[in-house]
Design a protein around this ligand. Structure first.
Ligand SMILES: [Zn+2]
Length: 163
């Protein structure tokens, strides 16, 4: 399958309870309920390997969008936020955590450069050398507000994250 960057590859439905908000300069907030979680192609390297990320999908102007779509078609969009919606006080089940493995490692923040093992943060605090292994695991954790993405080598992936 030949996928152009910024295309959504698939969308998984979500329970109610999440919303995105964004705005344009001088405009008021646009707030839309999240209707699903889209897998979006973010980049593609020379070998054709595609990097993906998970983004909330929502309806706006009679069409389904992701943040990447909006940024591509309406460049003035500002300040995207994913958050629990106000009517979700009863607590919608969080979409939780997704763990992905890629043998060649991940490039997300810097095209072409492999992500470093997230254990390096603790290693640095402990004063020990940086992790020399390739970070082959990507863990995406969705919280009430926003998401955390971490990268781990085989040895450092915390057991609690590989569930
Ligand atoms: Zn490591």
């Amino acid at each position: 399958m030949n996928i152009a960057p910024a295309n959504a590859i698939s969308v998984a439905p979500t329970a109610p309870g999440w919303e995105v908000s964004f705005n344009f300069a001088d405009g008021e907030d646009i707030v839309r309920p999240v209707i699903g979680w889209a897998t979006v192609a973010t980049s593609r390297d020379e070998s054709g390997e595609t990097t993906t990320s998970i983004e909330p999908a929502f309806v706006w102007l009679h069409k389904v969008w992701t943040e990447t779509d909006v940024r591509e078609h309406t460049p003035g969009a500002l300040r995207f936020e994913l958050r629990a919606s106000a009517d979700a006080i009863s607590g919608a089940p969080a979409p939780g955590r997704r763990t992905f493995h890629r043998a060649r490692g991940w490039t997300l923040t810097e095209p072409g450069a492999a992500e470093h093992c997230t254990s390096n943060h603790d290693r640095e605090l402990a004063g020990v050398p940086a992790c020399p292994n390739l970070a082959v695991w990507k863990v995406v954790e969705l919280h009430d507000v926003g998401a955390t993405i971490s990268f781990w080598c085989d040895e450092d992936l915390p057991l609690s994250l590989n569930a």
